[in-house]
Design a protein around this ligand. Structure first.
Ligand code: HEM
Ligand code: NAG
Ligand code: NAG
Ligand code: NAG
Length: 216
C-alpha cells in the first residue's frame, strides 16, 4: 500500500519533470540576444538552451544560428533535436571533456529510436567566448551551420522557420560518454526527453554577422 503510493508519487514527479520556461537573454559576453528556454531534467535542476538567429534569415533557406547551452555538471550529456523529434533531424550534443575543464560538441542523426550515428551534415564552431566550466555548470556557445535546414531520409527538406515559434526537443543523460574527449564516443540512452515551442523571434539579431566576427 505504502509502496504503491510511493510509486504513484515517483511517476507523478517524472511526468512533471519537463516543465519549461521561455525568456529573452541578452548575453553580455557575446553581445547577442538569445531566445532562451529553461527545461527541468529533474526536480529543481534545469538546462538552458538558447538560440540566436540573424534578422535577415529567409524562410525556407538555410541560415546560421548560434546556440548556447548551460548545464549543471551532473549532466552526462545533453542535446537538442532541431526537428522537434529524435528521428531524422540534426542532433547537437554537448558534454564535458575527460579533464572536466572543457566542452565537447557532437553532431548525430537517428534513423529511428535507436542509437544515433555521427552526422556530417552540419558544421559547428565552438567559441571560446561564452564557453566555460566552473564548479557547478558547463556552458557551450557555438555557431551551427546546417542546424536550420536538412534533408531527411526520404529526401524531404525540413527547416526552422525564422522569427517564429519552432518545436524543438531535448534529451538528457546522467551518464558521461565513455570516451569523453571524442565527439564520436558512444553515448548512453537518455533518461529524460522534452519538447517545447522555441520562440526564435525573441532571439533575432540585426548585428548577427558583425558579432560573429568578434567571437573567437
Ligand atoms: C544511445 C542513444 C539513444 C538511444 C538508444 C535512444 C533511444 C530512444 C528511444 C527507445 C526512444 C523512445 C522512448 C519512448 O517512446 O518512451 C527515444 C525517444 C526520444 N529520443 Fe532518443 N535515443 C538516443 C539518443 C537521443 C539523442 C542524442 C537525442 C537528442 C539529442 C534523443 C532525443 C529523443 C527524443 C526527443 C525522444 C522522444 C520521441 C521523439 O521525439 O522521437 N535521443 N529515444
Ligand atoms: C567532431 O569534431 C570535428 C572537429 O570539430 C568535426 O569536424 C566533426 O564533424 C565532429 N564529428 C561529430 C560526429 O560531431
Ligand atoms: C558558473 O557558470 C554558470 C554558467 O555560465 C553561471 O551561471 C554561474 O553563475 C557560474 N557560477 C559561478 C560561481 O561563477
Ligand atoms: C521528411 O520530409 C518530408 C517533407 O518535408 C515530410 O513530409 C516527412 O514527414 C519527413 N519525414 C520524417 C520522418 O521526418
Amino acid at each position: 500500500m505504502v509502496w504503491n503510493i510511493w510509486i504513484g508519487v515517483v511517476t507523478l514527479m517524472l511526468t512533471h519533470v519537463a516543465t519549461a520556461a521561455a525568456s529573452v537573454f541578452r548575453d553580455p559576453e557575446t553581445g547577442l540576444t538569445f531566445a532562451s528556454e529553461f527545461t527541468n531534467y529533474r526536480i529543481n535542476q534545469g538546462i538552458t538552451y538558447r538560440i540566436a538567429q540573424p534578422s535577415d534569415a529567409v524562410r525556407g533557406s538555410p541560415f546560421d544560428i548560434i546556440v548556447q547551452i548551460v548545464a549543471p555538471i551532473d549532466v552526462g550529456w545533453t542535446g537538442l533535436a532541431f526537428g522537434g523529434t529524435m528521428r531524422e533531424c540534426p542532433l547537437l550534443l554537448v558534454w564535458r571533456n575527460s579533464a572536466g575543464n572543457g566542452v565537447v560538441v557532437s553532431s548525430r542523426w537517428a534513423r529511428g529510436h535507436v542509437t544515433p550515428e555521427s552526422y556530417n551534415g552540419i558544421s559547428f564552431t565552438l567559441y571560446k567566448t561564452g564557453t566555460k566550466v566552473n564548479g557547478t555548470h558547463f556552458q557551450a556557445t557555438l555557431k551551427c551551420t546546417g542546424c536550420s535546414y536538412w534533408t531527411n531520409n526520404s529526401g524531404g527538406t525540413r527547416f526552422l522557420l525564422p522569427g517564429v515559434d519552432n518545436r524543438i526537443a531535448m534529451a538528457y543523460s546522467p551518464t558521461r560518454p565513455s570516451n569523453a574527449n571524442s565527439n564520436t564516443s558512444s553515448i548512453a540512452v537518455h533518461d529524460v526527453h522534452a519538447y517545447w515551442s522555441h520562440q526564435l523571434g525573441q532571439g533575432v539579431n540585426a548585428n548577427f554577422g558583425q558579432v560573429m566576427q568578434t567571437l573567437s
